[in-house]
Design a protein around this ligand. Sequence first.
Ligand code: SF4
Length: 237
Amino acid sequence: MEILKDFEFDFDAGLLMRKLKIAEGSEDETEFKELVNKALSIANPKAIYLEGFVESMADDSVVINGVKFTSLTLRKNLENTERVFAYIATCGAELNSVKFDQYEFLKEYWWDTIKGYFLEIARNKLMGYIKKRYMLNKTATMAPGGGEAGIWHIEQQKQLFALFGDVEKLIGVRLTETYLMIPNKSVSGILFPTERDYSGCKLCRRKNCPGRSAEFDEELWNSIGIEAALKLKEKRR
Ligand code: SF4
């Protein structure tokens, strides 16, 4: 297990201003830059990862480092893999501890966007670090609750966190009763080497999603047998 923090990075405030449609020279720019300076003075995005080894597989489950994960898609994705990397990355509890007055909606929205930027720093540094250190070529990731419902249930965050132990003590991230992560700008999942192009969006039928990064792939959906697995699960209830 390894914790990554104190990253070196360049902060592109202009990029965020364009994203948030904040005009240069405006009062909003002054206020936004005050927030950026505040964030830069306290931010410490972090990430943690560990090497996991696939110990056994059943129909729709896989055991990694003694922890059982239930997901047909995960099992299929790991079919030819022995080693995976479980990870959690976060903008950091420092940024999350900043509170705004109830009427400061806009500032709160900007702050959340800034937190998202720091999360991306942590995530990108982590992915780059793992790929370099373990000399990985093509990789993909899966996360509990990611993509369409039923692909990998969000409740399995509990198992993912169990691989690490006390994640809050380690990097300041905790799970709520509904398995959401605090800080909200945190991500978790399993990174695995793969030969094929995999992305959760390829197995998601949601229409008009602004975050979509790949088209729904019916062939992939059928090859994994998700429809049949979902029907079987429904029948067992
Ligand atoms: S299409 Fe949207 S909801 Fe579906 S997996 Fe991609 S980003 Fe998530």
